[in-house]
Design a protein around this ligand. Structure first.
Ligand code: ADP
Ligand code: 5GP
Length: 193
């Protein structure tokens, strides 16, 4: 299975609050040969986040140095002055384990990675049932300020228009249904039943 896995990649993008982290956690716990691709970021760790687990936390200066050395497969300034990117070394690490990288990236990052990996990639877009429901989930999650929520909702409206660039859209309404759907779609992509 090792060599076959090396050639595939899974991309998951969504507007903030659609349920991407929830569905990614579900997939990672489902026993499939996936490995979370740990991005580098210049933002500070939040809560219990640990360097080398959720992200490789580096300074903005270090991030820029690595851009100039062409060490990234893809990178974006997702929020102002906050850089995020996938290091080529991360893909090598995952390939050496014979697993398939799961990229949890923003919508533009997802589109760029799909261009790079083309048919080797399955690009999934997690769609909220509505922008109002997205707002309500962000409010209930309670991790962002009112201003931040407004910004994310505004951004979501334009990101939703890009869903057509993805291979498949998963509408995350009923969580149990979405978990079953995403698992089935990924298994099919991997040639597993
Ligand atoms: P993202 O990673 O896309 O920003 P999260 O996975 O953090 O989104 O989900 C945003 C919030 O919505 C969380 O509080 C999560 O528990 C909740 N949530 C996720 N999926 C659903 C769903 N299908 N129905 C209701 N709430 C959901
Ligand atoms: P957060 O700061 O909430 O962890 O992440 C903010 C956004 O950046 C999320 O949508 C996340 O998926 C995205 N992100 C994380 N890593 C990368 C990456 O390597 N490239 C891109 N383009 N986006 C990323």
């Amino acid at each position: 299975m090792g060599r076959k896995n090396e050639s595939r990649v899974l991309i998951i993008s969504a507007p903030s609050g659609a349920g991407k982290s929830t569905l990614v956690s579900h997939l990672l716990a489902s026993g499939l040969p996936l490995a979370f691709s740990i991005s580098a970021t210049s933002r500070k760790p939040r809560g219990s986040e640990t360097n080398g687990r959720e992200y490789y936390f580096i300074s903005a200066a270090e991030f820029k140095r690595r851009i100039s050395r062409e060490e990234f497969v893809e990178w974006q300034e997702v929020y102002r002055n906050h850089y995020y990117g996938t290091l080529k070394s991360e893909l090598e690490r995952i390939a050496a384990e014979g697993r398939i990288p799961l990229f949890d990236v923003d919508v533009m990052g997802g589109i760029n990675l799909k261009k790079i990996f083309a048919d080797r990639a399955l690009a999934l877009f997690i769609m909220p049932p509505s922008v109002e429901e997205l707002r309500s989930r962000l409010e209930k999650r309670g991790t962002d300020s009112e201003e931040e929520i407004e910004m994310r909702v505004q951004k979501a409206a334009s990101e939703i228009l890009l869903a057509y660039s993805f291979d498949r859209v998963i509408i995350n309404d009923d969580l149990e249904k979405s978990c079953n759907e995403i698992t089935a779609v990924v298994k099919e992509f991997l040639g597993l039943r």
